[in-house]
Design a protein around this ligand. Structure first.
Ligand code: VAH
Length: 315
């Protein structure tokens, strides 16, 4: 039975992942950590304050609970990273290096997410291959491709069982995202319920890969439970559930809210980041090597998002 330490547990992925892990494994085998203290009173299990740039603190918590798996999520996302590049490098790379060193010294398996942001404008934009050109032009993307290389290094050099996923934009109703380029896709659902309209900072016709959070959570667990001998790749696997633009989301929303209105405004920074990413990536390696299969398409995700948000936002 695994004992799992999660960093960034109060974030968009961490919030849902910790809840799911506590359902699957013993609740006392999941150690949620974050730099934020708000999780202390919300958490229904073990929760520790952890700044991932403090390697000794991470080691001490991992050792205290004798964990065998670290799921390292703490990082700055693309838009925030572009505004604070030095902080992003320090946190994203310093935190990951600490997680790798702790995994090496305590013989833990390590999962950390990469992103479609690890690709750049010279990458093939459609059906982007698993193995291809990676020259990202955002600080977030530079930290993601560097992280992929560092995790592969620790696997080949020190035998650390590192695994990762190149996540697309993730859509969820539980914890809002913070500082991402794909946040528009989440905001649109919230404002469709709250206001019946949304003004997007991403232009019509800007296609990006997206995935519903339940599929992302299941993918992390399935990859970490996969037999190592089946993995030809490790850091990191392409996965996606859909390639969509703002208009496609609006059309899906209008099947539930017919009068929903979508407008646009210019955000050159986030539009430039989005333009540098692929339109659609090829997930075949994930399907072949560890059985990835998304359960939610755009319509099924929209139905689930709106029904959950409607029950929460309409007072
Ligand atoms: C971001 N949500 O927008 C993240 C993700 C593919 C996008 O990495 O920065």
């Amino acid at each position: 039975m695994h004992k799992i330490l999660v960093t960034g547990a109060s974030g968009q992925i961490g919030t849902e992942l910790v809840a799911r892990l506590r359902q699957i494994y013993n609740i006392d085998h999941v150690i949620a950590t974050d730099i934020k203290a708000d999780g202390l009173n919300e958490s229904s299990g073990i929760y520790e304050i952890l700044d991932v740039t403090d390697g000794q603190a991470m080691h001490d918590i991992a050792n205290k609970y004798q964990v065998d798996t670290i799921i390292h999520l703490a990082a700055l996302l693309s838009a925030t990273a572009e505004a604070k590049p030095l902080l992003a490098w320090h946190l994203n790379m310093g935190g990951l290096l600490n997680a790798l060193e702790v995994s090496k010294s305590l013989n833990c398996r390590l999962f950390t997410p990469s992103s479609i942001a690890a690709f750049g404008p010279t990458t093939p934009k459609n059906n982007t291959p698993q193995d291809t050109m990676q020259r990202p032009t955002s600080m977030y993307g530079v930290s993601k491709v560097s992280g992929e290389l560092l995790c592969d290094y620790y696997y080949h050099k020190f035998g650390v069982d590192t695994r990762g996923l190149r996540f697309p934009g993730l859509i969820s109703y539980t914890a809002p995202p913070g500082g991402g380029t794909t946040d528009y896709a989440v905001e649109m659902f919230y404002e469709a319920i709250a206001k019946g309209s949304y003004t997007s900072y991403i232009k019509q016709g800007t296609f990006m890969d997206m995935m519903y959070m339940p599929d992302a959570i299941e993918a992390i667990i399935k990859l970490m439970e996969a037999d190592a001998s089946s993995l030809k790749h490790r850091n990191a696997f392409n996965i996606s559930a859909m390639s969509i633009d703002p208009e496609m989301i609006a059309t899906a929303i209008r099947k539930h809210i017919p009068d929903f209105k979508l407008g646009y405004y210019s955000d050159p920074v986030r539009q430039a980041i989005a333009d540098s990413w692929p339109d659609s990536i090829d997930s075949s390696a994930s399907k072949e090597e560890w059985g990835f299969q998304a359960a939610y398409d755009l319509d099924k995700m929209t139905d689930d998002m709106l029904s959950h948000l409607a029950s929460r936002l309409v007072v």
